[in-house]
Design a protein around this ligand. Structure first.
Ligand SMILES: NC(=O)N[C@@H](CC(=O)O)C(=O)O
Ligand SMILES: [Zn+2]
Ligand SMILES: [Zn+2]
Length: 345
């Protein structure tokens, strides 16, 4: 296949940041994507409906002329979150989901949840009102190995939430293990998983072999090869409860290339080229549209996009920048370590 037309895709997990960084990264998403679930882990976090409304306005202001892009806003769940604010923000159309960060699990998560049972009353109200919960699924206990933190989260946190509040719709974001895939597949309706572009391409060797490669460090951390293969099988299966969340998460190079580098991979620029490459390798180009354009709106109960995009396989590798410039310095773009031939026409 040399050409593929699909409905315009959406990104169900994206970090747009704020200020200069927002200005620099937003065009790389709005060029190709119609909508994105925008993560609320700003400093300070997007914790109330009023915060989400103000942040949405800043995103709309930063949007390049002529691009049609809808940010889908989320709230950062804290132990002080008020259920009334969540429900009214959802019913009024300002927010579409709430995000659970276990405190200390990832970038800007220190205001997250320490005691999950403390937020059960809010989760119960969300279930009644139909507000979905997006989850960063890693425990933070210091005795748990970083490579096991997702699997342990499923057992200690996610499964108990689902037992206690079966009506809550949950998105297990950026799944990195076969445990996560198996959990979603073996559960009844009501839980879905997003998968990032980079976790379909790299395993932990990319971070650690031949020297430390900070631009491949993200959370949850990439796991061993068998897990990457499980993610590929799920993403390319066409199954309705798996869809794209790029987790494109820009950090300044000076913050990544450091003795204590930040977690996050910036991939919005070449994500669709990378995904077409992966789906072609798996002989599943006919299922790319399900993963990037159909399954996400299906789970979130939103209409699919009517516009289309055309992907073209070029004769020569596609050019994309190694890094982009922002007012505060460069940000390195995800390098899949192979040439990309698929391009968005
Ligand atoms: N994925 C990451 O490694 N980083 C994200 C946070 C997150 O999604 O966990 C970020 O905000 O930088
Ligand atoms: Zn996360
Ligand atoms: Zn993220």
């Amino acid at each position: 296949m040399q050409e593929l037309t699909i409905r315009r895709p959406d990104d169900w997990h994206l970090h747009l940041r704020d200020g200069d960084m927002l200005e620099s990264v937003l065009p790389h998403t709005s060029r190709h994507f119609a909508r994105a679930i925008v993560m609320p882990n700003l400093v300070p976090p997007v914790a109330t409906t009023a915060d989400a409304r103000a942040y949405r306005q800043r995103i709309e202001k930063a949007l390049p002329e002529g691009d049609s892009f809808t940010p889908i806003m989320t709230l950062y769940l804290t132990e002080d979150t008020q259920a009334e604010d969540v429900v009214s923000g959802f019913q009024g159309g300002t927010i579409s989901a709430v995000k659970l960060y276990p405190a200390g699990a990832t970038t800007n998560s220190h205001n997250g949840v320490r005691d999950i049972e403390a937020v059960y009353p809010v989760l119960e109200r969300m279930a009644e009102a139909g507000v979905p919960l997006c989850v960063h699924g890693e425990v933070t206990d210091s005795e748990i190995d970083i490579f096991d933190r997702e699997a342990v989260f499923i057992e200690r946190v996610l499964h108990p939430i689902r037992q206690h509040i079966p009506g809550l719709r949950i998105i297990m974001e950026h799944i990195t293990t076969s445990d996560g895939i198996d959990y979603v597949e073996s559960s009844p309706e009501g839980i879905a998983g997003t998968i990032t572009t980079h976790h379909l391409i790299i395993n932990r060797n990319a971070i650690l072999v031949g020297g430390i490669k900070p631009h491949y460090y993200c959370l949850p951390i990439a796991k061993r090869e068998s897990h990457r293969l499980a993610l590929r099988r799920a993403a390319t299966s066409g199954k309705k409860r798996f869809f794209l969340g790029t987790d494109s998460a820009p950090h300044l190079d000076t913050d990544k290339e450091s003795a204590c580098g930040c977690a996050g991979v910036f991939s919005s620029i070449n994500t669709l080229s990378c995904l077409a490459h992966v789906f072609e390798e798996e002989d599943a180009l006919d299922r790319l549209e399900a993963f990037v354009s159909l399954n996400g709106p299906g789970f979130y109960g939103l209409p699919v996009n009517e516009e289309t995009i055309r992907l073209v396989r070029r004769q020569q590798p596609v050019d994309y920048p190694e890094r982009i410039e922002t007012a505060s310095g460069p940000v390195t773009v995800f390098d899949p370590m192979f040439p990309l031939y698929w391009d968005v026409a």
